[in-house]
Design a protein around this ligand. Structure first.
Ligand code: ADP
Ligand code: MG
Length: 331
């Protein structure tokens, strides 16, 4: 479905390649996390998949097409098979939810009848039923990202690329969005999600490709669950990091239980319940942070040894972390 063959990418005017000899293949229906610190080359990979850029060396093959031989004229048609979601949502501010999603279809000349059917369907899928007439500024960050996901999906792409889609969201909302992406993947769409939040990723038990300075340092098909060998050791703020990790783990466990329950909850209800659960779990963990002895979790679900606060990427949003350098645009 997506194949990188010894791909090296050098940007003009730079000495160090953004990607060096990157080689992997993603099969149809896979969910892959592309992880690495800011500047490690994640967005460069996604741009190559979309043919927004070309490799300096090597080959990128997507949906059976060698992108080097794909003519410029065919690129827009090729891109119709790929949906994209970004950290900053990229919604049209003066259009409603419905219009934002419909816009994609209008651009490709879909019929009015098709648009009237497809847009409400995809809005239900992402849990935005009833919010069609809202404008982006009337929505929460998580809801705005759902609109962006709906817009990416309305054309039924075979591949969904998400570049730091949870980068502007709080931990609980990030989990909601990840679960939505997981659900989309379960319905058959291949998903590649770039993120610098290694802490989330280990919880998800999906394939993880890790980049470091443009070099692929890990391709873990078993999702890296329990494998923290590539993570740096704990830094000073370990209790707070542990609290945030415990909160996240608790939320994930609860959501897994909810998901596993035989009764299908009404989407709005499910959202309200999980939001409340998430918020209270996070709040509880943060409130109890000072009492937690170093790296001993009160929620005994995850082993916290070796988990790095920065990799978790959530503590700063809880106001717990010191300054870090992940500030610039990452897409
Ligand atoms: P990530 O998405 O993991 O943060 P990027 O793919 O954006 O990483 O960037 C990888 C490296 O390539 C960085 O060193 C970045 O500065 C560089 N880079 C990205 N885009 C360009 C560009 N258009 N021109 C020059 N250098 C770039
Ligand atoms: Mg990026």
């Amino acid at each position: 479905m997506i194949r990188f063959e010894h791909v090296t990418k050098k940007y003009r005017g730079t000495n160090k390649p953004a990607l060096s000899d990157v080689d992997f293949e993603v099969q149809r229906g896979e969910f892959v996390f592309l992880v690495g610190a800011s500047g490690s080359g994640k967005s460069s990979c996604l741009r190559l998949i979309l043919r927004e850029d070309s490799p300096s060396e090597g080959r990128v093959v997507v949906l059976g097409r060698d992108l080097h031989t794909l003519s410029t004229r065919k690129v827009p048609y090729f891109r119709r098979h790929i949906g994209s979601v970004f950290q900053d949502f990229r919604l049209l501010p003066n259009k409603t939810v419905f219009q934002n999603v419909a816009f994609t279809l209008q651009v490709i000349g879909a019929s009015r009848a098709f648009i009237q059917q497809a847009v409400p369907e995809v809005l239900v899928l992402v849990g935005l039923d009833g919010k069609q007439k809202r404008f982006p500024h009337e929505l929460s960050g998580g809801e705005q990202q759902r609109v962006a996901i709906a817009r990416a999906l309305v054309n039924r792409p075979q591949i969904l690329l998400a570049d730091e889609p949870t980068g502007n969201l709080d931990p609980a909302t990030s989990i909601d969005i990840m679960q939505l992406l997981a659900r989309i993947n379960e319905s058959g769409t291949t998903v590649v999600m770039a993120t610098h939040e290694a802490g989330f990723v280990d919880q998800m038990k999906r394939r993880v490709i890790e980049l470091r300075g443009g070099v692929m340092v890990r391709d873990d098909r078993h999702g890296g669950y329990g494998d923290r060998s590539s993570l740096p050791s704990l830094a000073p703020q370990q209790e707070k990091g542990a609290a945030a990790a415990a909160a996240l783990t608790a939320v994930l466990e609860l959501q897994r239980e909810i998901a596993a329950s035989p009764v299908e909850p009404v989407p709005a209800m499910e959202e309200a319940v999980t939001d409340a659960v998430a918020a209270s779990a996070v709040a509880a963990a943060v409130a109890t942070a000072p009492e937690i002895p170093p790296v001993t979790a009160q929620v005994p679900i995850v082993e916290l040894d070796g988990l790095h606060l920065d990799d978790l990427g959530v503590a700063e949003r809880l106001g717990l972390a010191s300054d870090e350098d992940e500030v610039g645009p990452t897409s």
